[in-house]
Design a protein around this ligand. Structure first.
Ligand code: PLP
Length: 481
């Protein structure tokens, strides 16, 4: 054994060999050395355990292993994923895809200097917070606007500026957790505001708010219950009524809209999501929403409303801590530009496009996915009888695939009750388990994330774009073997 151990080449000789030369143009040198060390160690372990028994075996393993380890080591952590879940605004999968105009503008701004904080006409220092404001005012009619890193930051800086040390009245039915670590009561505590909950979980009346007003009330806050809906014996107070109450007592009213839709979804048959423009018309003092939910842009928090309040927020010491980056600004500005014509926005902004896609378009993509799959070796068609799938047995079959009608979700804490009619490719693996298939799909390149329905893997064509279809089919095929 010790003889074979001596046959392991030294790290130094491996790095000097012809075979590693190619790596040097592809990977950083220290990464190559690290990979070589790792492989040498694992070969040594192999010899000691008796799995590697000869000089030949050492040389057969060493270079392919180095290559593999290098590839694993240098893989980026943030990668493309195919979203086959049908959840349009999938927070875990990066929420919104950018429009073409937004992508091009990011590329344009990312690679060069810009007037991020420079006034070109005056030839002197300018302000970061003027970008995008023109479009936001134009689209929403808001008197002023301020943009921060995300909506959580927008809520935090607003509460801190307007109501630190003062009471903020909020309905118990709206003390929501958005997901991750964003819980309304926690954010409020962090902002220095004092939580004053009113009403009950299911019912809050206007008089509950009125009775809670004291000398120390700093703000009345309404929060969109984004990701859940109460139904049955429920009552909440409309923003208009809160605005009137606020006026009566001279207390500002804020609405955390969460998603923040800039178009009227009612016109497109989707009820229940208030548009930013309508909420502004209610006379609310200030409102905030995300840039990457229904708006379909980059991660951002947008604050709209009265000039006096926004001016104070702008001057907050927190503003620097939650400020927006130039890449985000460039993406957001181009996204907002697409909204100047709402019809154009629906066509050009991927989030809106996926949300409002016509069933016949989705069906077309689902059919194409199925057709390409059935061309592959080992795929067999599941006969669709209504919505029941019956499969034909055959030993060569690795998976059955069929097309069914189903429902997708908006996601991103928007429209939790709305089921969007869609078409999906359903898969039933035959040689491996469903869980195994799901795991393997996650380690493909690109990884595919679908959803499970009973004993089927569902690939929802709503969130799969035309250009992803080929690689989706490849990933599924590779995962099945
Ligand atoms: C999503 C959401 C937030 C947090 O927004 P981010 O942009 O994710 O920071 C805050 N409030 C509500 C009501 C939300 O739906």
């Amino acid at each position: 054994m010790s003889e074979i151990l001596k046959d392991i080449p030294s790290v130094d000789s491996i790095i000097k060999s012809d075979k590693t030369e190619r790596y040097l143009s592809l990977y950083p040198r220290n990464l190559i050395i690290k990979a070589i060390r790792e492989v040498v160690q694992s070969i040594r372990n192999g010899i000691l355990k008796g799995t590697i028994k000869s000089r030949e075996e050492i040389y057969q393993t060493i270079y392919p292993e180095i290559e593999k380890v290098l590839r694993d080591m240098s893989g980026f952590s943030l990668r493309r994923v195919i979203n086959a879940t049908g959840v349009v605004i999938h927070t875990n999968l990066g929420r919104s895809n950018l429009s073409e105009r937004a992508i091009n503008n990011v590329i344009n701004i990312a690679g060069s200097y810009s007037n991020l904080e420079y006034d070109i006409e005056e030839g002197k220092r300018g302000r970061r917070d003027i970008h995008c404001i023109k479009w936001l005012k134009e689209i929403t009619g808001s008197p002023d606007a301020f943009i921060v890193n995300n909506n959580a930051a927008a809520v935090l800086i607003s509460l801190n500026t307007i109501a630190s040390g003062k009471e903020v009245i909020i309905s118990r039915g709206e003390l929501v957790e958005i997901g991750g670590s964003f819980r309304m009561p926690d954010v409020m505590r962090l902002s220095g505001a004092i939580l004053k909950e009113v009403g009950t979980t299911n019912k809050t009346h206007l008089h509950d708010y009125r009775n809670a007003i004291t000398e120390n009330t700093g703000l009345i806050l309404k929060v969109h219950t984004s990701n859940f809906r109460l139904s049955g014996f429920v009552k909440s107070v409309e923003i208009e009524e809160l605005v009137n109450l606020g006026k009566e007592y001279n207390i500002p009213v804020m609405y955390d809209l969460g998603s923040g839709c800039l178009i009227d979804l009612n016109k497109h048959g989707i009820q229940g999501e208030p548009s930013v423009i309508d909420v502004l018309r209610s006379g609310v003092d200030i409102l905030s929403f995300s840039g990457d939910k229904l708006l379909g842009g980059p991660q951002a928090g947008i604050i709209l409303g009265k000039k006096e309040l926004i001016d104070r927020i702008r001057k907050s010491p927190l503003a620097r801590a939650v400020r927006i980056d130039k890449l985000t600004l460039s993406a957001l500005e181009a996204t907002l530009f697409d909204y100047l014509d709402p019809e154009n926005a629906i066509e050009k902004i991927p989030t809106l496009r996926a949300l409002l896609d016509k069933p016949e378009n989705i069906l077309k993509r689902a059919k194409k996915i199925l057709r390409l799959m059935l061309k592959k070796r080992g795929f067999a068609s599941m006969k669709t009888i209504g919505r029941n799938l019956t499969a034909v047995k055959s030993d060569d079959v690795i998976a059955y695939a069929g097309l069914i009608e189903d429902y997708s979700q908006a996601g991103g804490g928007a429209l939790p009750e709305i089921n969007l009619k869609t078409y999906v490719v359903a898969l039933r693996p035959r040689k491996i388990s469903l869980n195994h298939l799901i795991k393997r799909l996650q380690s493909q390149n690109p990884p595919v994330v679908g959803r499970v329905k009973e004993d089927l893997l569902i690939l929802d064509a709503r969130t799969i774009s035309e250009r992803e279809i080929k690689s989706l089919v490849e990933s599924v095929f590779n995962a099945l073997f």
